[in-house]
Design a binder for this molecule. Structure first.
Ligand code: FAD
Ligand code: NAP
Ligand code: SF4
Length: 677
């Protein structure tokens, strides 16, 4: 087959000897929660088959446990359990028999949520719930045998291979790192001894599955731990794994307990690919790279630079199941890009909820949320082109309805036009690019700069009006709120309001934190410059000290503005931020010197500043500017007026309910409503 004109590397096959991958893109492993629910295998079958049809070369499933002590998730150790997995492997191969599906074997070791959890030494992880039980010789033998049995069962279930995860702070990796392996027997001490466990697992797995079965090992190429693995140890392990018959080495970055962001939206695209590139030169087997590779041009560039043989895209496959086929057909501008927000994927996973995707609420709901062609096309007016209105308009038009989309502003996007200006949220532009293209492609009649009202909507002769008019920023009832020192977050973000050197932010929700980020930030955004990112998070890509990190210099990012972030609640500010990303925002601001104060009663704003009671004691914040980020109120006047005038109307997004509204809820609610229209 001739090389693809735009993505010659991405669309070249990879020969593994006994089998071949049709291209260089794989869907990386993600726990979705489907593994653990009653109809989960049918739902997983639909979810993975959709990605197989979407053109990916290889799929790696979420982690499956080899035994009970490996963690509380789905286990595979018996032929009966293997029979359930057949539904998944059959569906993927039926969708495209060239696509490989590989099962990840996950033993979470000291992170397992069970008092039966095991580890080389009884050392509790910073994020673990239990002190693990130290494995004795028999225990080690049992774990190795269980890995091998699990792999054999995966083969029985029809998988094309297994991936063994040897990173992230899970069992295998805790053998490798000195501080979690204090043993002085043959399984601890020298690196040769510490790597004995992973090598033995690989040897026994290979013996159990035979030569013609894909065996991938996921190695922590940079574990981000001070005192973690040295580069020499990473290379030694990779070469030893190759000698044991691993077909592919997958590079992973970080342990879950490390305090360096590696996949959040403030991480530059493909930030860690160069580390994979260095390892690739040291081994003969193909290597996989991953992390923040969310568009085909990024993947192609990584492959073209020789940094990897295969590119893992995990979350991007939640965001758009058809990413690969769209790239192949030159329809990149139709890709619904993963914005790395973690809001509906990892935040859900770590809260025990089913995984989905903020920009694609169908992800993991393929059997229940479908956008089928309508048999009764209607003329629909959608008022408001924020995330809710956009999702409704695109979904309804995709189903065959005739949609007119109004927005009073001169561009689509609503509040996303504010969000995209926050350093670290540059990916939000992609969502607007996607919607813009879909409006064009689906022939939606877009009327920008048009404030819709009852009369104009009635005159339009629509069958139904969908009101997605969003919110108005809340103006708190505080004396002096009209004082020139008090400004709205909207005016600060758009640059209309000047901000002084000493600032109080009233409200420590998502927007309060984003505004604090914006006004304490200087220079290039870390998301856009890998050197800034490395400096801010203490990563040394060039010298790769143990773990790859040198530690964070507390002075590196100090802001030249004094900022205090306030809230009335007495709980710790930032508690409501994303479960997997909130800590990065908080840490960043703390390092810039931002103070966070809870338990505040606002009294008045005057020439002196902001007068408050903190914990009942009077306190004056002597500031130049008070930025109001005190939440939002729904804008539903239009809806009420339409209903009063007898016009059939629906409410979505912030206009429906502003409390705790975010884009995840706005897009999901709008998509569900449009699916039923
Ligand atoms: P909006 O986005 O408010 O859109 C409403 C639209 O309706 C506007 O474009 C407005 O011009 C238009 N309109 C109103 N009245 C009329 C009328 N009569 N005629 C025509 N047009 C009209 N959410 C997240 O999930 N994750 C984040 O990281 C995140 N970050 C954010 C950062 C910032 C700085 C801000 C401000 C918000 C952020 N959000 C985030 C919140 C998210 O943007 C909102 O939840 C989402 O935009 C709400 O969507 P919506 O469509 O309901 O309303
Ligand atoms: P929010 O998260 O609800 O925060 C509002 C803040 O204002 C809170 O700190 C609240 O704390 C305070 N507040 C509420 N009423 C007040 C009043 N009458 N007077 C003074 N303070 C008051 O809302 P937001 O920050 O406006 O964000 C809007 C939505 O966008 C949120 O739902 C959020 O999820 C979403 N968003 C998400 C992100 C993200 O990164 N995921 C980023 C930005 C925005 P007290 O009541 O304790 O004072
Ligand atoms: Fe990407 Fe956010 Fe969707 Fe997760 S929820 S897949 S991070 S866009």
């Amino acid at each position: 087959m001739p090389a693809h004109p735009r993505y010659p590397h991405l669309f070249s096959p990879l020969n593994l000897g006994f089998t071949q991958l049709k291209n260089r893109v794989l869907m990386g492993s993600m726990h979705t929660g489907l593994e653990d629910i009653p109809d989960g295998f049918d739902r997983m079958a639909a979810y993975f088959a959709e990605r197989a049809r979407g053109g990916v070369g290889m799929i790696i499933t979420g982690g499956i446990m080899p035994n009970f002590e490996a963690g509380g998730g789905a286990k595979l150790s018996t032929p009966e359990e293997a029979a359930q997995h057949r539904i998944v492997t059959y569906a993927v191969h039926a969708a495209d028999n060239e696509v490989k599906i590989v099962m990840q074997i996950l033993h979470t070791g000291p992170l397992a949520y069970t008092d039966r959890c095991v580890a080389p030494s009884a050392i509790r992880s910073r994020i673990g719930a239990f002190v693990p039980n130290e494995l004795d010789e028999d225990g080690i033998e049992k774990q190795i045998a269980d890995f091998a049995n699990c792999a054999a069962m995966a083969k029985l279930a029809g998988y094309d291979g297994v991936e063994i995860i040897g990173s992230a702070g899970y069992l295998i990796s805790t053998f490798l790192v000195e501080k979690t392996n204090l043993r002085n027997d043959m399984w601890g001490g020298s690196f040769e001894n510490r790597m004995r466990f992973p090598l033995e697992v690989v040897r026994r797995v290979r013996a159990a599955v035979g030569p013609a079965f894909i065996l991938i090992f996921r190695i922590a190429a940079m574990d981000m731990l001070q005192g973690g693995m040295s580069w020499e140890e990473v290379v030694t392990l990779a070469q030893a794994l190759e000698a044991e018959g691993v077909n592919i080495i997958s590079t992973h970055f970080t342990w879950h307990e490390a305090q360096v962001p590696t996949i959040a939206t403030m991480v530059p695209r493909a930030a860690f690919a160069s580390v994979t590139g260095r390892l690739r030169k040291m081994v003969g087997v193909p290597v996989i790279t991953s992390n923040r590779i969310n568009m085909p041009d990024v993947a192609e560039a990584v492959l073209a630079a020789g940094d990897a043989d295969l590119v893992s895209m995990a979350r991007p496959m939640l965001a758009d199941a058809d990413l690969v086929v769209k790239a192949f057909e030159g329809r990149e501008d139709e890709i619904n890009t993963c914005i790395a927000c973690n809001q509906a994927c990892l935040d859900h996973t770590f809260s025990g909820k089913l995984t989905s995707c903020l920009v694609n609420p169908r992800a993991c709901r393929e059997t229940e949320l479908n956008y089928r062609p309508t048999t009764a096309p209607q003329r629909l007016a959608v008022v408001g082109a924020g995330p809710a209105g956009l999702a409704y308009a695109v979904t309804a038009a995709g189903r065959g309805h005739h949609v007119t989309l109004f927005d009073a502003a001169s561009e689509i996007g609503g509040q996303f036009n504010l969000a995209k200006r926050i350093p670290g949220k540059e990916e939000f532009y992609e969502t607007l690019r996607y919607y813009g293209r879909m409006i064009e492609k689906l022939g939606i009649d877009l009327r920008l700069g048009t404030r819709a009202n009852v009369a104009s909507l009635q005159a339009g002769g629509f069958d139904r009006v969908i009101v997605a008019t969003g919110i108005a920023p809340r103006v708190p009832d505080v004396a002096g709120i009209d004082h020139p020192k008090a400004v709205s977050y909207v005016d600060v973000i758009t640059g209309k309001a000047a901000v002084g050197k000493r600032v109080a932010i009233m409200g420590a929700g998502g927007i309060g934190f984003d505004v604090a980020e914006l006004i304490t930030h200087a220079g290039t955004s870390a998301a856009m410059d890998i050197n800034v990112f490395a400096r801010e998070w203490g990563i040394d890509f060039a010298n790769h000290p143990r773990g790859g990190v040198t530690g964070i210099d507390p002075e590196v990012a100090r802001a030249d503005r004094e900022v205090v972030l306030l809230q009335r609640k007495t709980s710790a500010p930032g508690r409501g931020l994303g479960k997997t990303t909130g800590w990065t925002h908080k840490l960043t601001l703390q390092r810039r010197g931002v103070q966070m104060v809870g338990g505040v009663d606002y009294l008045k704003i005057d020439d002196q500043g902001l007068h408050t009671l903190v914990g009942g004691e009077p306190r004056l914040f002597d500031v130049d500017t008070v930025i109001i980020c005190a939440g939002q109120e729904p804008l539903r006047d239009l809806y009420d007026a339409l209903v009063a005038a007898g016009v059939a109307a629906d409410l979505v997004g912030g206009a429906h309910e502003a409390m705790e509204l975010d884009a995840k809820r706005a897009i999901m609610q709008a998509s569900e409503l449009a699916a039923a229209a």
